[in-house]
Ligand binder design. Sequence first.
Ligand code: SF4
Length: 382
Amino acid sequence: MRTKYIASIMSLPGLPEQEKQRLQRVVERFSFQASEHYLSLVDWNDPDDPIRRLIVPDAGELANWGSLDASREQDHTVIPGLQHKYNSTALLLASSSCGGICRYCFRKRIFLDNRNDHLKDLTGAADYLRRHREISNVLLTGGDPLTLSPSRLEAIIARLMDIDHIRMIRIGTKMLAFDPFRVLNDPSLPELVGQVINQGKQIYIMNHFDHPREISEPSKEAIHRLNRAGAVLLNQTPMIRGINDTPRTMASLFRELAAAGVSPYYVFQCRPALGNKPYSVPVEEGYRVFESAKTMVSGLAKQARFVMSHALGKIEVVGVTDRHTFFKFHRAADDRNSGKFLVRRSNPHAHWFDDYDRTAMPNAPLGRVVGHGKPHPQANLA
Ligand code: SF4
């Protein structure tokens, strides 16, 4: 079966006419797109259905909240479409399209007109990667690299295979949720995975399942084929209001992923990207949901970390008390901040690290960096 894509909310039979009219202003600003497969998972009788919420626009997206590049990816863009933020990892924004458009997308800028953020010059990118011997792994992202034609994907991977110091290739994709038939109809993809592994490198498929109902039977079959080909499958999901912001749903997602053969890897704080106000859960509430979910699942299902992809690095939320919130750099853009531990006075309304007041605790040892070494001056962490 080949999946059809729908790019107009006017073509959604399950959406009442009045709501289509009401949401027209939203889609004029932030595009809509969904696969028929994904729409078949929606319960149209439930206005709060989480699958519907993930793909159907919400009038609250028009609120003046957030920024186009919430993690300041532009600061680490070395050539258009190639980011180098962490020393051993590079990101190739290989595609500017996806199998659907998540309403909470953190890279909405790639869908806006006249943006030039994705990769155009593969030769230039390969030259950069070859010169930077510290890069051991490359994440293909976008957009979604599995929206590329098999031949384009192969061409990109072939370039990476030629570079000895690149040992791991990651493919960030939501296609196994949006359109698992992309995998099921393409025998060349498991073959490509096998070729990479036979040449002594590894492929990681970084999936993006947000809700257990997205793991449909075709999704399970696609997971199985990629697992059998030798890829390592992980999952990363943001915590999203109305989709997976309860311990029960998050635990169920962890459990279903682990049972299908996908390890939960990251739960992200929703980035404060433009249009994301209706979807963001405050940091401390999110941490409590995450921890509570972990109490309900086995060790295999609770390997994820709860992190913010901040401009300074991946900041893990490691503890919350009535008075304080505790963070640790899981990865730092500046190596001097790696592993550092941070304490902030509690702020139940904080949606991002920047919402914590860094001057609120001038006399207390808490509130200062207590990890190793000195903080990087630009990090302004104390
Ligand atoms: S799959 Fe990723 S890039 Fe594509 S719409 Fe969803 S969040 Fe955005």
